[in-house]
Structures are given as structure tokens and as C-alpha cells.
Design a protein around this ligand. Sequence first.
Ligand code: PMT
Length: 447
Amino acid sequence: MVQGYDGGVRSTYRARIGQKADNQPMQGKRILLGVTGGIAAYKSAELVRRLIEHGAQVQVVMTSAAREFVTPTTFQALSGRPVRTDLWDAAAEAAMGHIELARWAELVLVAPASADFLARLAHGLADDLLSTLCLATAAPIAVAPAMNQLMWRNAATRFNVELLTARGVRMIGPGVGDQACGEHGPGRLVEPADIASQIAPLLSPAGPLAGRRILVTAGPTRECIDPVRFVSNRSSGKMGFALAQSLRDVGADVVLISGPVTLPTPLGVRRIDVESCEQMYAAVQRELPGTAIFVGTAAVADYRPLACAEQKIKKTSETLALELTRTTDILSQVSASTPRPFMVGFAAETNSVEHYARAKLLAKNLDLIAANEVGHTKAFDCDDNSLLVLWRGGRVELPVSSKRELAQALTGLIVEQYLEQNAARERDSARELASEELAAREGARAS
Ligand code: PMT
């Protein structure tokens, strides 16, 4: 048990942290699956099967374009429910009107979501059953886009996606790869099994970070010397994986970007495997939109060989000098992005731990930093650790404990600082709004 950390407000979070992740988050849950027009619509049939296997009740709503690709009969057979297609279907409305349907849903999932549908959702159109339901529901909405890669990259789609993410619509993918149109790039529908695992957190019991998206990096990176050799470090990923799990346990929608480790993926966490710093950075950039909190636990290599030899380097000389170059500082880059997530960094130091950690807190413009003394069998690749947590207004020492317990305690601090920062921001904007209104009223009176 972590000591020196149970008083005041924090105990509230500690109690919440005690909540365990639900192993059957979909059991009995009511999912409204919207299917829009696109070649990937055939994969939605598999998605219905997956959701039902997880115990969910699935009501399918198809747009008219979707019916050009798959027939409602397929979905009816798989879901065991008549498929809804029309806003003006008197018989269906008599059984369950579209507003009732919107209320019935505990989650609205649109997969595949076409570029057209994203645009209509972003702009609040309500000209068919699915778009109307989305406007009328209080349930969380998740969309799994699927489209041609140029359509996905188009500035109009980027704008719509940003608008939707900022409003809390969860984006699932898209994946990158070969497309039905013969092109290659982002725009593939995420595989049905992965969609199912990504929506699970949205259906779990709420926690203080419910619905917040968190990116966690973990593990080491490997920087290529030649096809069989690399520069790396001793990180096992245990600290980062424990954090991903405890953040998931407080309701967050966690994406874990991991270097090469041998750990199982925590339940309810979406994991992306990478090898080098540059791959980790690319994955972070891809996953960043909509991220509320970024946690950099990874032991990212600071330097990489200037070039990766194409062939295995032969031992032809007594000594071999490797020229190294700086890698991208992922944490600093994310911290400089707009919108900027709440930033949590780590500091691994062999000496003057607090001094160097404070310098990193400022230099990397972080909201919170967890420092650990490393080396001589400390922190790297072991089950226990201790942390000194610093933020601009405070510090907490978390003494030696298991990484799982430390992760829970650190999660409590992250929740506390993040919510405090949000509350302060809301107070500021309410104050700003009030003074603008006052100025407008005074202006109107004077004229
Ligand atoms: O994985 P384990 O075996 O469980 O060990 C856990 C740990 C010791 C690796 C972990 O607790 C830890 O300290 N992680 C950070 C390691 C590190 O790289 O520290 P740093 O002081 O060099 O870097 C400072 C911060 O910048 C870190 O958040 C790091 O993720 C980030 N960074 C560093 C370099 C880089 N190119 N990009 C980065 O984002």
C-alpha cells in the first residue's frame, strides 16, 4: 500500500480508483448500430455478431446508401431485430418511435461512417433516421470512419472530424492499409473485433475520467544499427502498462502506445505496438486528436544511429564508432501542440532527481512529472518502484511500492490535477462571458 497519500480530496479518488474494470462491459447493454453507405458496410455484419457474442442487444439502423451495399435482411437475421431504415415508416414508428429509439440506446455506434455522414453529423443535419437519432440521443456516440484515403485527408473531412472530436464523439480509427479502390492509406474500417474492444470502455461504469481519451506511451524504443542490432534500454513496460490499467479503471478511454515488451495488454485498453522513437512519434500523432491527457512513461531513446546499415556490419576492425543523432522529443512535441492535452511526463534520473525533474517539468512545459531514481536495479525492469511527483503548485513522495499500487496513486494525482485545471478553465471562461455580456448591455444602454 502506498503510504502518505490518503487524506482529503484524494481519498475520494482513491475510492473510485478501487473500482475494478468490468469484465463484461457489454452484457445486456443496448447498442444502436448505424450503418452508412460504403463498401465496408459488409464488415458491419461481422460487427453485429461480435457485439452479440459480448452479450449486447443490437438495433441496426441503415441509411439508404448502406442498403445499396448490404440488405437489411442480413442484419435482421444476425441481430434478431427488425432493421430500421426510414424516418417516415409509420409501422416502425408505431412500435418504437425514433425518439424512443434514441432514448433506448446506451451507445450509438456508426460503423462504417462515411465522409458524408461525418459531415452531416458535424453540422447537425437531421434529414434521415440515423442523423435524427444522433441529434436526439443523450448516449455517447462513437464512429468508425471508412472512406477513400484522399477523402479522409481532405480538409473538409479533417475539419468535421475535429469538430466531432471536440464535441466528445469518439473516433475509432480509421486504419491504414490497402483500400477497396486500389489505393493505400488511412481510411480502412477498423476490424470488427477491435471496434468491439474499443467501445467496451464507453459502456463501463463511470469514473472520474469517464469518456476522456488518454494516450499512454510505455516500454523502451529500439533504434536500428543494422538488420540484427539496435540501441535500446532496460525498460520492461511494467510502469506504463500498470498506469494504462489504472487510468482505464477510472473510466478513461486509454490508448497504449508501446515499444517492444512481453506484457499482456490490460483489459479494455487499446494497444498499438511500435519499435523506434520515430514510429512511436508517428503513432502518437495519429492518435492525438481528441486526447485529453497524455502520459509519457516510455523510455524513449534520446539518440539513434545516424544511419541504419542495410547489411549486417562485419567485424573488420578492432573498434567501431557509431555516430548518433538526436531523436524527436515526443513529450515536448505533444506539449507544443494545439489543442494541448494535460501533460504528464516521467523523469528517469540516477542523481539529483528532484533538481532534474523540476527542470524537465519546466523545459517540456508539463502539468505534472513523476520522477524516479533509476539504475543499480532501481525502477527499470523490476516490479517495485518509488516516485516523486511534482507539479507547479506541489509535490508528493510515493514511497517504494508495487508498480500497480504506484500507478493507482499516480492516477489519483492525475485525476485531481486534471479536474482542478478544467474547473479553473471553466471559471475563467464563465467570468469572461459574464464581463462580455455586461459590456454588451452597457453598450446597448449607452446607444
Ligand atoms: O518500463 P519499466 O521497466 O517499468 O520502467 C519504468 C521506467 C523507469 C521506464 C519509467 O518509470 C520512467 O521513468 N519512464 C521515463 C523514462 C525516460 O525516458 O525518462 P527521461 O528522463 O529520459 O525522459 C523524460 C520524459 O521525456 C519521459 O516522459 C519520456 O517518455 C519523454 N521522452 C524522452 C525522450 C524522447 N525522445 N521523447 C520523449 O517523449
